[in-house]
Design a protein around this ligand. Structure first.
Ligand SMILES: NC(=O)c1ccc[n+]([C@@H]2O[C@H](COP(=O)([O-])OP(=O)(O)OC[C@H]3O[C@@H](n4cnc5c(N)ncnc54)[C@H](OP(=O)(O)O)[C@@H]3O)[C@@H](O)[C@H]2O)c1
Length: 346
């Protein structure tokens, strides 16, 4: 028996990824779709400007898009809501007993809300009992990180045993990260925009909660400096990272740490867990978004050009799919982990 699920913000870029990636999911069945008043009452085909290269799943074409009203829809809802409305809507759903798996920024840094990357900090789910007690919710909210944070945190996690002290990261972020229609073509074609509102703050703060202890209440002590740039790439956030570590480690030690990195999703063989979670590239010109973004069905993070840094300890390039590993795929993996570890979705 599959678990019925709904999608809030089902018509947007991330919402479409949810619908597509859940089509053949062995545990979950998309039963309910919701979006804004603009879409409410229309068929999903009519309401969503489908922008994925895979066809819209047959089963959802004629579903009528509902409003985001708490209490409607199944117990489990994935949220791809615009951050302007996600805060209140997701809370209302949690209060009404829904388990909300959110992509929006609104609740990520709430100390009672897990900010989850299943390969790194699945143990942070232990905060859910306190979340329910303190907030008085019969449901729950679990979040996944910002689309660049996921890539950075995954690339830093294997280096934790060497003592992470600091990182300087410069991102080259795809246009799909800005939703649809997103950045005007006149601004981005043949160009680069060296500013993404609010993004640097998220990249500098979210990894410290994810890599922190005591379910994220005690933040990691490393310092992160971020520069964010929008580039004319469709999918895939690429970033160059210089990292300072405490240990005097050899480059082969770091390579081995990447090659052997694995987490609970891989151990439990969760349906969408990428194996390996991180792909270490040895070629001098990889990873590249057009060639490597879909590795592991979009769930693997690629790390390449690992080499010593004359200013900090080591430097490398990392890449991940922003609407998959950085959004819909991340939420689905969170849901799989919650069901496998806590059986709380059925
Ligand atoms: N794109 C990425 O790479 C990415 C990565 C990580 C996280 N995120 C986050 O995921 C969320 C969705 O991003 P996106 O790129 O998919 O954005 P998007 O394409 O703009 O889609 C936004 C969705 O929110 C719905 N919505 C807007 N206003 C609403 C309202 N007042 N009431 C109910 N629904 C409303 C829209 O419905 P209508 O179609 O009816 O307007 C649409 O379904 C955002 O919070 C974003 O920050 C995005």
């Amino acid at each position: 028996m599959k678990i019925d699920v709904g999608v809030l913000g089902a018509t947007g870029m991330v919402g479409q990824q949810f619908v597509s990636r859940l089509e053949h999911h062995p545990w979950f069945n998309v039963k309910w779709l919701a979006a804004s008043e603009r879409s409410e009452g229309k068929s999903y085909t009519e309401a969503s400007k489908w922008r994925l290269s895979s066809p819209m799943p047959e089963a959802v074409r004629s579903l009528t898009v509902d409003g985001c009203v708490a209490g409607r829809g199944p117990k489990v809802v994935f949220s791809a809501l615009d951050a302007g409305v996600a805060g209140e809507v997701e809370e209302a759903f949690a209060r009404a007993g829904h388990i909300v798996l959110s992509n929006a920024r609104n609740h990520r840094m709430d100390p009672l809300v897990p900010l989850l990357i299943p390969e790194i900090n699945g143990d942070h789910l232990s905060i859910l009992a306190e979340q329910r007690r303190v907030k008085g919710w019969s449901g729950a909210i679990v979040t996944n990180p910002n689309c660049s944070t996921v890539v950075l945190a995954m690339a830093l996690a294997p280096l934790q045993p060497f003592g992470l002290k600091a990182a300087v990261v410069s991102t080259m972020q795809a246009v799909s990260g800005a939703g649809y229609p997103g950045v005007p073509s006149y601004d981005i074609l043949g160009n680069l925009v060296p500013f993404i509102g609010g993004e640097e703050e998220k990249i500098e703060s979210e990894p410290l909660k994810i890599l922190g202890s005591d379910a994220g209440r005690t933040k990691h002590t490393m310092t992160i400096s971020a520069h964010t740039n929008r580039v004319p790439v469709i999918d895939g956030h690429t970033m160059t990272v210089s990292v300072q570590i405490e240990a005097k480690a050899l480059i082969d030690d770091l390579k081995e740490a990447y090659r052997s990195f694995s987490g609970r999703p891989q151990e439990l063989k969760l349906p969408t867990a990428p194996i390996p979670a991180i792909l270490l590239r040895e070629e001098s010109d990889r990873p590249q978004p057009r060639l490597d973004v879909d590795l592991g069905a979009g769930m693997a993070v690629s790390v390449g050009r690992l080499r010593p840094c004359p200013v900090m300890s080591y430097r490398f390039v990392a890449l991940g799919h922003n609407t998959v590993r950085g959004a819909a795929g991340a939420s689905i993996l969170n849901a799989e982990l919650m069901q496998a570890e806590l059986q709380c979705l059925s």
